[in-house]
Design a protein around this ligand. Sequence first.
Ligand code: HEC
Ligand code: HEC
Length: 459
Amino acid sequence: MNWIETVTKPKRLTRLGLAALLVGGMPLLCAAQSHAAWDGRVLACGDDAPPVLNSRYNKGANGDAPPADQLQALGRKIFSDPSLSASGQQSCASCHSPAHAYGPPNGRSVQPGGPRLNQQGVRSTPSLRYVHAPQAFTEHYVDLMDNNGQDSGPAGGRTWDGRVNQAREQALMPLLDPKEMANANLSEVVARLRKAPYAAEFNALLSPPGTRILDDEEGVISWLTTAIEFFEQSPEDFHPFTSKYDAYLRGQAKLSPAEQRGFNLFNDTQKGNCATCHPSVATSSTFIYPRFTDFEFFALGVPRNRQLTANRNPAFYDLGLCGPLRQDLVDQTAYCGKFRTPTLRNAALRKSFFHNGVLHSLREVVDFYVTRDITPERWYPKDAHGRVLLYDDLRTAYRGNVNQDAPFKPLPGNKPRLSEREIQDLMAFLNTLSDGHEVTPRANRTIRSPLPRHLATAR
Ligand code: HEC
Ligand code: HEC
């Protein structure tokens, strides 16, 4: 069967088409290869081995694998090319803005898309920093360092519900999503790429001797997604580790007293308890720096975002792990309302928060954690009888899934876990997690943790 015939039928595309494309593709987990050297450069994160080339499309112009830096440069161009979208105006970078830590460039809850840029999905755009090598999705996450070898349930995968593992597989989702870049099928993506300003470069780099890759639709898609994947592993762009907190870990910066107090509150299991889900030290044996997420899933009872078009339908609920975007776990009602924990790195740069973008400042998010169950009327609407609709974005049956640990659980006497002063300290710490901290050359250079040499020096 002709490959393109198979994949242009939308229903079968996700299953057959992608399977065909990804056969021989790369397995994401490569735990044994810590600090993999790739093209002469050591990657910042141990588990982040280079993308493995598709077994069928693995040779370029010289008859060898194309140089990684050239694939990465090509991926960068593809990432910011609006001509790959039906509107002609939207690239990956429109939503994942390089100037905003590859997160959204504005405070909209959800970025618009579609052929006329007037469609709206249901999810806020995550930052693509520090999510470059999640563990593959599992329902039974076990890590000796993170959770003492206990099964702590679902973790891993990409997107808010972990429904895709490989970066190349993920890259096709926005290209084909009718509410995002809105290509009708993969052939349309290929036709657009053939007209892109870098088409000649693409062809020259990726056509093995005597062939023309642009004539091979499957080959174009395979290399396009591979190039994006290489780009998404560029340390400078996606995991620079240049926050003040990283400088502090390297002994190149001191935390201010407020930041230090905030750090302690962040870690204190009776106070912020944030580090339980957003680890502030490298928890996994496979990573050197903390990513402020362990990719586990929780239901926080985030308020329904009544601004979203989809939510005008009172019967519609985005339940994360149990659907409807993700379809394989719809029967697992214990998962309903659970979303993957996002990184807190660069969160201070965002203007929309949580999976539905319902909150619009970091301070509001912290207030939500501290007062969700103390002053719920601040977060949830009331019904006709004046009763607060607690956890209003979940059907009643699933409300028991909502996390009740600190910082949500109030102290005796219904007291908040953090005072105003403590919230300010916590905010000060969260602000140390944004990239781009300037390191002064004279800073104390004592190294606090055993880091590989390239990480122990200022960038
Ligand atoms: C219209 C806005 C928009 C565009 C355009 C867009 N994305 Fe996204 N991106 C999102 C949203 C929203 C999510 C979360 C999706 C979900 O949870 O279902 C996301 C998720 C991701 C993720 C997963 C991140 C994680 O935390 O696991 C990656 C990787 C990604 N996008 C890469 C890309 C690439 C590559 C392109 C271009 C081919 C692109 N995106 C285009 C909005 C966009
Ligand atoms: C029980 C696990 C858990 C704890 C404890 C926790 N978080 Fe979260 N955090 C999550 C999950 C899961 C989400 C995503 C929820 C959603 O969107 O539905 C999240 C989202 C966030 C976001 C939004 C980031 C974004 O990109 O939208 C911020 C900011 C945040 N948490 C900060 C904190 C702080 C500060 C604390 C401590 C006061 C904390 N979290 C405690 C699990 C947790």
